[in-house]
Design a protein around this ligand. Structure first.
Ligand SMILES: Cc1cc2nc3c(=O)[nH]c(=O)nc-3n(C[C@H](O)[C@H](O)[C@H](O)COP(=O)(O)O)c2cc1C
Length: 199
């Protein structure tokens, strides 16, 4: 079948896209509000947008009431945020942190996820994450007449890697043991690895 995107239902379009572009990496975003409240939530419309300079992209949909998600509000208000990469042992806590909490709730505390201070920024990171990016907001690109999709580009100002998983500059992907997002409620591991050589 061919789906013409101009006429397709928007929920169907979402399902078609997330059912096709997979697995998706997951950014576990630690942000801080202007009032100093820590926030934590996962986002899988996430990737590397540029390696030189290092820039990442995250796309935020809106809340069901059409307003911006707390993470995006925080990033626009305070500019700096962390991205903790999600290892398999953290998958359940990451998934739980996608619940909608009021902006004045510290989601690390509410979900019992141990937080740690970042090296350069006020936002917190997930303690024990194998890799953490500390990021600075660069650009917002809004899509849709109702700005229902908000693409953030952010500069990576530092990368913290657990010494146990790096043979500098190579990160051991088996030791990092990330999970990715599939469609619906499905996730994948990065454990089924194969290598190819150029002939
Ligand atoms: C694995 C996973 C990936 C997600 N990816 C996205 C995403 O890319 N964009 C988005 O807007 N919401 C995404 N969500 C939903 C948000 O995590 C959820 O709306 C969360 O409550 C936002 O929190 P906040 O309002 O504190 O920012 C995802 C949820 C899960 C579990």
């Amino acid at each position: 079948m061919i789906i013409e995107t101009k006429t397709a239902d928007r929920v169907d379009l979402y399902k078609l896209l997330i059912g096709s572009v997979l697995p998706r990496p997951i950014a576990w975003v630690g942000s801080i509000s202007a009032d100093g409240v820590d926030n934590l939530a996962p986002f899988s419309f996430f990737n590397v947008a540029s390696n030189n300079p290092p820039v990442i992209s995250i796309s935020f949909g809106n809340k069901p009431d059409g307003t911006r998600k707390d993470s995006l509000n925080n990033i626009l208000a305070t500019e700096y945020f962390s991205v903790s990469m999600v290892s398999h042992k953290m998958a359940e806590a990451m998934h739980d942190s996608s619940q909608a909490f009021a902006p004045e709730i510290d989601e690390f505390a509410a979900l019992n996820v141990k937080k740690a201070k970042c090296a350069n920024i006020a936002a917190s990171k997930v303690a024990g994450a194998g890799v953490v990016f500390e990021c600075k907001f660069r650009q917002l690109i809004e899509f849709g007449a109702d700005s229902s999709s908000n693409l953030v580009l952010a500069d990576v100002i530092s990368i913290e890697v657990d010494d146990a998983i790096i043979d500098y500059p190579k990160i051991d992907m088996q030791k990092l043991d990330l999970v990715g997002r599939g469609s619906g409620l499905n996730y994948v591991t990065t454990r089924d690895v194969f290598s190819l050589i150029r002939k």
